[in-house]
Ligand binder design. Sequence first.
Ligand SMILES: C[S@@+](CC[C@H](N)C(=O)[O-])C[C@H]1O[C@@H](n2cnc3c(N)ncnc32)[C@H](O)[C@@H]1O
Length: 262
Amino acid sequence: MTELFDADWLALREPVDHRSRPAALLAPLTEWLRRQEPLQVLDLGSGRGSNLRYLAPRLPGRQHWWLLDHDAGLLAEAQPPAPQVEVTPLVRDLREPDGLQLDRVHLVTGSALLDLVSEDWLAALAAACAANNNAALFALNVDGHISWEPGDPGDAAVLAAFHEHHAGDKGFGPALGTRAGQRMCDLFAEQGYTVACMPSPWQLSTADRPLRQALSDGWVAAACEQRPDLAEHFAGWRRRCNARSGTLRVGHLDVLALPPER
Ligand SMILES: C[S@@+](CC[C@H](N)C(=O)[O-])C[C@H]1O[C@@H](n2cnc3c(N)ncnc32)[C@H](O)[C@@H]1O
């Protein structure tokens, strides 16, 4: 089974993703990438190009982005965000990492991807990046911390069922799920990389109601698949959740890994 993602969902989350990413990781990255012209970037699981639109304007000089995804329809929506940026779409299945051609790129990146992959896949990527001296930046890795202020007595049961579901196979073997960001830190450190990890939480107020509702719908759908016996309970929770005010916080981690040598 592979994961398909809805373009509307990716468009809904994009502005929140962009405002949540920590700018502090950009200075060490641009310092490491300096004098690479044109900069060659491989974006894994690009979808409709959110990571390209965030990162390209914040990186220096001429850039060539290779956008890889198995969904040609999503990739067709990813256009260069600036004249100095060239884009080449690659319709490929990431489960075959051998053909990534890391020798032609300086930076390997991705956003909202690593929770899908397995420990073995991520370890192989870290080793391949090390063999090719690639920098790596993976943003918006869910860390499992989800909380509402104020809370609801039903939150814990929905989240427990959702997290169990999230850890299933997403096509790459047992998914790292909420452990992905921390495992990226560990696996790249084992390759001798300097690793920096920063939180990138979504802080969602009632002004973000469409995204909040899409999240609660998705969490309940997953929770019901996992625990059909609790479906009625979860449906009640969703009704209360969609009427809630206050803040919803969804934790993520951004991880930058820089190789020991240029
Ligand atoms: C959560 S979306 C993130 C998309 C984009 N990076 C963003 O931040 O909006 C995960 C992306 O991974 C892609 N994907 C999932 N499994 C894949 C696979 N086996 N091969 C290639 N792409 C895959 C999906 O098509 C989707 O575009």
